[in-house]
Structure formats: structure tokens, C-alpha cells
Write a protein that binds this ligand. Sequence first.
Ligand code: GLC
Length: 405
Amino acid sequence: MKIVYLNASGQMGGSERSLLDFMASLRAAEPRVALELIAGADGPLLEQARALGVAARALPYPRALARLGDAGAGGDKSRLLGTLGRASLSTPSVALYTTRLRRVLAAAAPDLIHTNGFKMHVLGAWAAPRGVPVLWHVHDYISSRPLMARLMRAHADHCAAAIANSLSVADDVRAACGAQLRVFPIHNAVDLGRFSPNGPALDLDRLAGLAPPHRPVVRIGLVATMARWKGHEVFLRALKMLAGDPPVRGYVIGGALYETERSQCDLEELRRLAGRLGLAGRVGFTGFVDDTAAAMRALDVVVHASTQPEPFGLVIAEAMACGRALVVSRGGGAAEIVTPGEDALVHEAGCVSALAGRMGELARDPALRAALGNRAALSARRRFARERLASELMPIYRLLCAEAV
Ligand code: GLC
């Protein structure tokens, strides 16, 4: 069996980390299945896929397509329609790209095409060789983006089935695309060898250019991509609300990743906000960190502050696997992976005072942090072992390939 994966970006966002975990799991369990990756841009994803034994190449998107973001799509409807939405493929650079992709896919001769990311769901449906099933792997809510939902619905009959990263996203895909589309929920997993309570920890102060603290501090960090809905501002405002006892240092860990427009907040903007809030010296910005496990191990508390329902929340699973005390935004797929009060604390999404309340509780109570962290590590071992991925995915590949012959 040969699977070709189509991924929009070459950078390592959440859906790319998830894709690599699926590939790693398949390589270990089914070494005879050939895996190939085609990405819309070059970048670290390709190197990491190759390291797993996956043949990987970039077929770079034309500029218009590269800059068109999933998350920004809702705010930029006319361009989205102009670039992707016309059934006639009238944008010349997109039409040309589709033709090249069609040729590359025909030459690769896959048994199944597994697409990751909205743009590749649509392009894959357009470019798949006749009779080759296309499996959409959906990582985000589509119904909150009306045009995306429309495009997906319009192409659902070119798609053999979809995978969703949570039950909540699966419901959303069904609602957006119609009940005739089969949707299989598969929760993500993480590399428990890498994301574990024991291992090296980064010097976050040095990375963020902060002087070492004079006395012990509780380190609380938001680990996230720079998408606006990840709640950086809520986090900074919550930090501001904490009384100085015990002393807390906040960290914003992550940097801009994607080429897409308007969907990301800017680090400089956040620094200015921190300045205005009087947080100078109390919060550090590390920028992009490759080894997020080592960053998490340097934190006493990991914060997830998404202001919209989180489709899954890989960072939550990773922080649990690292045995960290964790505060999570209520709602979405995230609600399926934590047990509130047991292995994480939750707060109302977007509510500064609720987040500050949870952060304060944890800052004051080292025993609570330890208990939550220990239970989180146990939950992660049960729920997030990567072996599960291949065992859930292979029956779907086999079913769709059997139906296609
Ligand atoms: C997307 C989702 C995120 C999820 C990741 C991996 O980035 O927004 O919630 O963890 O995909 O599935």
C-alpha cells in the first residue's frame, strides 16, 4: 500500500506535529506501507518526515495561495473566494498549480491520498487521480468559517471520508459537510519518549533575555503558535492581575510560523502590551522554541488560553505528558482530553479574571501543582501513546482502499 500525504505548509504547526506522529506510528507498526509527503512549501517538516523514512518533497504554492490562511480566511472572504472558491479554477496560478499537482500525484501512483489542512483538502480533491480515495484529516472547526464550510461541502463528494482530531471537530465536519460524509474521530497522540516529566529543561530567562530572578519565582508559561485566538492577550492581562505573592514570572513561548496573512499576532505588539500593563521584567518572550518539551519542563504551570473552542490542543497533551500542572480553556475538543480538577484546572475561555484565579491557585499551592502534574502524566500515558494512531488509522486506510477497487 502507498499513501501520499498532502500538507499545505513546510513549517511545524500543530497539525504538522500531528501528521509526523501519525507517520511515525505507521512506520513502526506497518513498515511495508510506503509513505510519501508533498508539501506546499519547503521547511523543517520535510526534514523531519525524511528522518522517519518518508519520501518528502516540496511543490511550492504560488504566492497567492501561500499567503492565504485558514485562520485568516473568515476575515478575508473576498480573497478566499477569488483564490479558491471559483469552481472554474479561474485564477491562473492556482489552475497551474493544480495541473502540476495532478501530474505529480499521477506519477506517485498512490493507493490513497491523505490531506492535511484546508487548502490541501480542496486541492487534493481537485487533483487526485481517478479512483484514488482522498481522506481529509481535519484539525480545525470549519463551520465557524462560512466560506471554508461552503468549499468543503462543495467538495465533500470527492472525498472518501474524513478524520477529525476530536469528537467535537467530527460533529462540526458532519454539520458543515452533510451527514453523507463519513467522519472518523482519532485523538492525537504524542511522543511519550520526548514529552516526559524527566529530561533537560531550558533556561527560559536566558532565552527571553531576562536577568535571573533574585528569589525563587513560580514560572507560568503560555506555549502556543501566534494565532490570535490562542489568547496571548488574555494571558498577559491575567498575569497583571496576580498579586506579587508568591512572585510569578510569565513566559510567552512561541513565535510566528506561517506565511498567512492577518491570522497571527505580532510579538512586538505583545511586548508593547506587556509594557503598557507594567509587566516589564515579569514576563519574558522566548520566540520560537524547537524543544517545547524542555521548555515545558522549565515551567511550574503551563497555560492554555485559547479564546475560541480548541479543536484538540496538542500543547495540552504534551504538557500533560511532561507532568505539568495545567490550566486549560473550557470547551471544544480540549474538554475530551482533560478531567477538570483531576489532571488539569479549567477556566472560561477568554475570561481574564477566571484565568488569573486558576493561575493564582496554582502559584500559591505547590502540592496542588504536584498532584495535578502527576495525575496528568498518568492520563497522558493512558490516552496519548503513539502506537494507538496506527491501530486506529490502518483499518480506515484498508477500508477505503478496498472500496476503491
Ligand atoms: C490544529 C488545532 C489544534 C490541534 C492541532 C493538531 O492546530 O487548532 O487544536 O491540536 O491542529 O490536531
